[in-house]
Design a protein around this ligand. Sequence first.
Ligand code: SAH
Ligand code: AVI
Length: 323
Amino acid sequence: MQAQAHDARAALEFASDVRRDLSKTPQRELHSKYLYDAIGSALFEVITLLPEYGLTRADERVIRDNADEITARLPVAPIVAELGSGSGRKTRWLLEALSQRGYVLYYPIDVSSAALHACRNELGTLDSVHIVEMQGAYIEGLSEVALRRSGEPMLLLFLGSTIGNFERGPAELFLREIHALLRPGDALLLGTDLVKPLPQILPAYDDPTGVTAAFNLNLLARINRELAADFNVRQFRHVASYNRAEQRVEMHLRSEVKQTVRIPGADFEFTLEAGETIWTESSHKFVLEELPALAHRTGFTSVGQWVDREWPFTENLWLVESP
Ligand code: SAH
Ligand code: AVI
C-alpha cells in the first residue's frame, strides 16, 4: 500500500477506535496498539532496559542460547516474518543462524513506522539477509506476505509475549487466523511470559523511575497531538495491578479529578469522574503446560519449549502439519 494512503486510513481508524473505546461503559478503554507512536516505541525500548522488566532479557537469552537448536528443526532457507517486530534486537540471533545456511528474506510487520526504522538500523547490515518492512496490523501484514511468497517454507516469529496483550479468547482466534494463513511445513516461534510471584511481576509494570508510567501516559498525549484533544495529562496517574483470576497485569490511567475532555479529531466529548480509569493494556501470563494444549486447539503441533533459568519465560516452537 502507498505510504500516504496507509497514513490517511490509519488516522481515520485511530479516530473511530478512540471514539468507540472511550464510549464503553462501565469501563472506558483504549487499544494497546496505539501505545506505539514514535515516542511510545522509544519508551518501550527503554522499558526493555529496566532492571525490573526482566522479560526482554529472558527472551533474548533463550533465543541466543538456543538459536542453533531452534533453527536446526526448520527447513533450509525459509522466509522469516515477524509480528510486532519492534526494533528486532532479539531476532538477530535467529537471522544469523539461518543465514549460515543460505539467503534469508525477512519481513518485519509492525504498526509503528518508528519501530520498523529501528529494525532496519538494527538488522540492515546482516550478511545474506534481505529486509522488506511491512507497516500495518498483524493479519494485514501477514496476508500480504502470504500473497507474495512462492514455494519457500516460512518461520513466523511472535516474540516478547506480545500474544499476552490479547484477551485469552481473542488470542485463540488470532492464532487460528495465523494458522489459516500458513502452509504445512511452516513454523511459529511464540514467546510467552510465565506466571511468577507478585513482587517480581508488578514492578516490571510499575517501575520506580516512571518509564512505564510515561509509556502509558503518552497514549493520552498522542491523542492530544494527533486528534487535537485536551486531556489534562498531568491529572492522570499510571496504575498497574495483577488480576489473579485472569493471570494478567492490567494497566490503567486514572483521572485524579473530574474532567471533561474534548477530542475534535474524533468528533467526541466525554466526562471522566474523579478516580475513574481508562484501561489501556492487559499482559496475560501463562503456565508452561497450557502452551502445547493451546497449540493443539489452534491447529498447530508443539515440537519444542525452551525456558529461561532466571526469569520464567518460554519460547515455543509450533509446526503446521499436513492435514
Ligand atoms: N517483538 C518486540 C517488540 C514488542 S512491543 C519485542 O519482543 O521486544 C510490541 C510491538 O508490536 C510494537 O513494536 C508495536 O508497534 C507492535 N504492535 C502492537 N500492536 C500491533 C498490531 N495490532 N499490529 C501490528 N503491530 C502491532
Ligand atoms: C509488548 N508487550 C508484550 C509488553 C508487555 O509486557 O505486555 C508491553 C509492555 N507494557 C508495559 N510494559 C511493557
